[in-house]
Design a protein around this ligand. Structure first.
Ligand SMILES: NC(=O)N[C@@H](CC(=O)O)C(=O)O
Ligand SMILES: [Zn+2]
Ligand SMILES: [Zn+2]
Length: 438
């Protein structure tokens, strides 16, 4: 089956926009030809021609840090609703965290996640396996069995591995299997009883604060352990200037460390928190404007490699339990690109090319994935974006079950309008914006 996306605005390697026709055969990109080329050689064998005139066409976005909640927390999200939310946000490959119930610490649960994702038929799901059984920090999981079941790395996301010895053993084992260790960096002894960053906001409300060192201490410890073991060490949701300083130095020393940052840590600080509203409660917390600046600079200079959402849906009822009892986390798929495009690209601070790279080819390179590029032979995982479309963030319109976002009411440009996975249209906005012709 041949499909064509014609008149696509495609970013070149150097970040310029050029007009191309993308020829898709079955699930792969067959050819990308210049926009002034005649398509008649293709049109008689074509099943679908999609006119993407004036739309940006990118490789499908890749999100290496997401929570799909199934099995165990289906009231927050299911694999079906989570992956549908992902493709609506332009994501075609997502890596799911193991803090499900049961925890994804065994081959059976890995198999279930993969099977459900396949049945849903939206985004491709790459599961992570837990480092410790039940994410309890007591006993390592069977890394070899988890690898054979299809996990792409090991992490106890949701909680930091408190014991340095446990982390070192995990890294040794992962290195032998040539697998990465992905770390939620948090020293519990520095955090207990706090849920916002230590600073103006916590002082004003008379609350205990989460200090920056609670994150950076783990980053520093783990960099030393990564150096000692030779493992690929990836730092989750970096949020502090101290962590960034350590990562920058480690990279200069040639230690195999990579890092990710979330849109909210690039766009919001503790000064923006309107009050004791649980839609502003996430882990790591929103930090100071100084930390936000450090995160932005680190993403720009490559100290932080990639953008992830840490999509963390919770039910409205859970988030309404009061600031102390409400769980940490906010949803992310459906707002990530428009937020970053509007705030960083339209403002002139970033090139469009850099933003797209940090959401596509860079995550693919960090994790060695066959994805993230528009080129012949690549899977036809494609996102079509209307950069001019302007909409207000309305959580009631989300495909995710989660409504927990601090970005409700933000007016943004740059909304994905169609997403293809393996050559199939898995999500499309109202036909008004895109035309199918035969
Ligand atoms: N980020 C969050 O605030 N919450 C995540 C856990 C995590 O990513 O550490 C969750 O699972 O809800
Ligand atoms: Zn985490
Ligand atoms: Zn997470």
């Amino acid at each position: 089956m041949i499909q064509i996306i014609k008149n696509a605005n495609v970013l070149s390697e150097s970040g310029e926009i050029t007009v191309k026709h993308i020829i898709i055969e079955n699930d792969k990109i067959k050819e990308i030809v210049d926009g002034n080329n005649d398509l008649s050689q293709w049109t008689d064998q074509t099943d679908m021609v999609l006119d993407a005139q004036n739309k940006l066409v990118t490789p499908g976005f890749i999100d290496m840090h997401v929570h799909l909640r199934e099995p165990g927390f289906e009231h927050k999200e299911t694999i079906e609703t989570g992956t549908r939310s992902a493709v609506k946000g332009g994501y075609t490959t997502i890596a799911s965290m193991p803090n499900t119930r049961p925890v994804t610490d065994n081959p059976g649960t890995v198999g279930l996640v993969k099977e459900k994702a396949k049945q849903a038929g939206y985004a491709k799901v790459l599961p992570y396996g837990a480092i410790t059984v039940g994410e309890l920090g007591q006993q390592l999981t069977d890394f070899k069995a988890l690898k054979e079941a299809g996990v792409i790395g090991f992490t106890d996301d949701g909680v930091g591995v408190q014991s340095a010895q446990m982390m070192k053993d995990a890294m040794k084992k992962a290195a032998l299997l040539n697998m990465p260790v992905i770390a939620h960096c948090e020293d519990n002894s520095l955090v207990e009883g706090a849920f916002f960053t230590e600073g103006e906001f916590t002082r004003k409300h008379g609350l205990k604060g989460i200090p920056n060192e609670s994150e950076a201490i783990h980053v520093g410890r783990d960099i030393l352990l990564a150096e000692a073991t030779g493992v690929h060490y990836h730092v989750c949701h970096v949020s502090t200037e101290q962590s960034i300083r350590l990562i920058r130095q480690a990279k200069q020393l040639g230690i195999h460390v990579t890092a990710e940052v979330c849109p909210h840590h690039l766009l919001l600080s503790d000064e923006d928190i309107p009050g004791l509203d649980a839609n502003w409660k996430m882990n790591p917390p929103l930090r100071s404007p100084r930390d936000v600046k450090a995160c932005i600079e680190a993403l720009e200079d490559g100290t932080i490699d990639i953008i992830v959402t840490d999509h963390a849906p919770h039910s409205a009822e859970e988030k309404a339990r009061g600031i102390e009892a409400a769980p940490f986390g906010i949803v992310g798929f459906e707002t990530a690109f428009p937020l970053l495009y509007t705030k960083f690209v339209l403002s002139g601070q970033w090139s469009l090319g850099m933003l797209v790279k940090r959401m596509t080819s860079d995550p693919a390179a960090v994790f060695g994935l066959e994805a993230g590029r528009l080129e012949p032979g690549a899977p036809a995982d494609i996102t079509i974006i209307d950069l001019n479309q302007e909409k207000v963030v309305d959580p009631e319109q989300f495909a995710t079950k989660g409504r927990n976002t601090p970005f409700a009411g933000w007016k943004l440009k740059g909304w994905p309008v169609m997403t293809l996975v393996d050559g199939q249209v898995v999500w499309s906005e109202a036909a008004a914006h895109t035309t199918f012709t035969k």
